[in-house]
Design a protein around this ligand. Structure first.
Ligand code: HEC
Length: 125
């Protein structure tokens, strides 16, 4: 009696474990899609519009030492770009000193921010 009970308990645990495994596998598959979408540009994304909305306030005036954006502002960006575009983009995403994380654009994906940074650098030539 006791040994029968033990066996059925073990197979019940095995059943639960395999159901849990199936669920976690489907969760991984289901998770994959939004993660891939996050790595892309947001729908209807326009780097200039986002720049004007989130970054312009500091980056047009150079408030708090923000590198200025605009004609002839290459000098502001050259020393920063010496560490590579990826590092500059990472600083925009994570923030650096008084530069707030994501430049306060909390609905921007990492790729959106990269596109804005590229826009800022391009329009400073
Ligand atoms: C509250 C003001 C403020 C806002 C808003 C802001 N920035 Fe900045 N940003 C700064 C300041 C200040 C720095 C200089 C930080 C430093 O190097 O000490 C900076 C630096 C940067 C840099 C250079 C990073 C580096 O590696 O040198 C990038 C790129 C940048 N900002 C992108 C953005 C983007 C993109 C946005 C909008 C989505 C934005 N910023 C919004 C203040 C701001």
């Amino acid at each position: 009696m006791l040994s029968v009970k033990k066996t059925s308990n073990t197979s019940f645990i095995k059943l639960v474990a395999s159901i849990a495994a199936i669920f976690s596998m489907s969760a991984i598959v289901a998770d994959k899609k939004p993660a891939m979408e996050l790595a892309q540009l947001s729908e209807g994304f326009n780097p200039e519009q986002k720049y004007m909305a989130s970054c312009f306030a500091c980056h047009s005036t150079g408030a708090a030492g923000a590198p200025k954006v605009g004609d002839g502002m290459t000098v502001e960006w050259e020393p920063r770009l010496e560490k590579g575009l990826d590092a500059v983009v990472a600083n925009a995403i994570n923030g650096i000193n008084t530069m707030p994380a994501k430049g306060l654009c909390f609905d921007c994906t990492d790729d959106d921010l990269r596109a804005i940074v590229e826009y800022m650098i391009d329009s400073s030539n």
